[in-house]
Design a binder for this molecule. Sequence first.
Ligand code: UD1
Length: 369
Amino acid sequence: MSDSKTVVHLVAGARPNFMKIAPLWHSLTACSWAEPVVVHTGQHYDTNMSATFFDDLGLPAPDHNLEIGSGTHGEQTGRTMIAYEALCLRQPPDWVVVVGDVNATAACAIAARKLCLPVAHLEAGLRSGDRSMPEEINRIVTDAIADLLWTPSPDADENLRREGRPDQTIERVGNIMLDAYERLRPRIEAAAKSAAPGLQQGGFGVVTLHRPVNVDSKEQLIANCDVLVALAGDLPLVFPVHPRTRAAIDRFGLQDRFSHPNLRVVEPLGYVDFMALVTGARLVITDSGGIQEETTYLGIPCLTLRDSTERPITITEGTNELVTTGTLLSKARAALKDGASGARRPDLWDGRTAERVADSLRRHVCQHV
Ligand code: UD1
């Protein structure tokens, strides 16, 4: 390796990306050979969807913000590719790391690979099998072209092998999100006591819903709302509402329907406040990807309102269960009665994934020079 540092772009676009790049940024910053550069595509831009996470996670302000903003998938992906390509032409990095499965992930992987820049995908190999999800398309595209595939679990390794990715490109490193949790655990635990004012620890549920399939149609949103209101009679619920969901509630005029004394509809929370809330929850209802993993790590029952999951290990080993709008109420009542017995933390979900990723990257950097 030469004396000059290896410039590594850490690309993030949307909320679930920030807790994946932060531990890696901290790890690489401590390595004498690496210069991590944070590239924010600007897909998420509200303070409470973006800047708060940078503050909480100890990330510096992005070195580059592409300010892509909202749009259709084509607009968002296309604008990101154009802007990221221009950045890479002006100041080419030595390596590009993309994370997760949002539009920024696939867009930047494509732009970088076409410039023959080496790309690593962190959280590679996850598959829901549901190609109607935009995230599934982003996963497949990114994994097909990335040079290095860092996976969180054995099912991910299997998926990649089945798709013909060579063994030497696949490295299981574990789940980096939990590094973010472990780094901030003292602050999260301190904040947990006051995370849900007036509610007892272990005496409330947390809800997050934002997938198009759950919130974009009026009928589906009403059906989900009615189940939540019914469940709120058994267990107070706190519901930090994603901007997509907030926009749908307003568009369909459903504000009154969501108003129930035991259903607290609040603004999206920062990382520490959200994890503090989850830490004290008896039950979580979600359609997010990452929250399925965080609840498995914390041993909290999780009901996922989706037909499939790209994170099956959270079901086979963890606390997760798939539900439909029709089964949610009965499954929630059963979970309140039975809790989450027999669950365990998957291997390598240990808060040390960022170190393994940094080691892996260093080995590959040496091979490339
Ligand atoms: C995106 C990701 C999804 C991830 C989710 C987490 C894709 C395809 N989807 O979905 O995988 O689970 O982020 O949040 O990349 N908006 C705001 N303020 C913001 C961001 C978004 O008001 O800071 C609004 C947008 O204008 C848009 C809606 O929220 O109307 C959806 O945003 P978008 O980034 O398109 O997708 P998400 O549904 O957030």
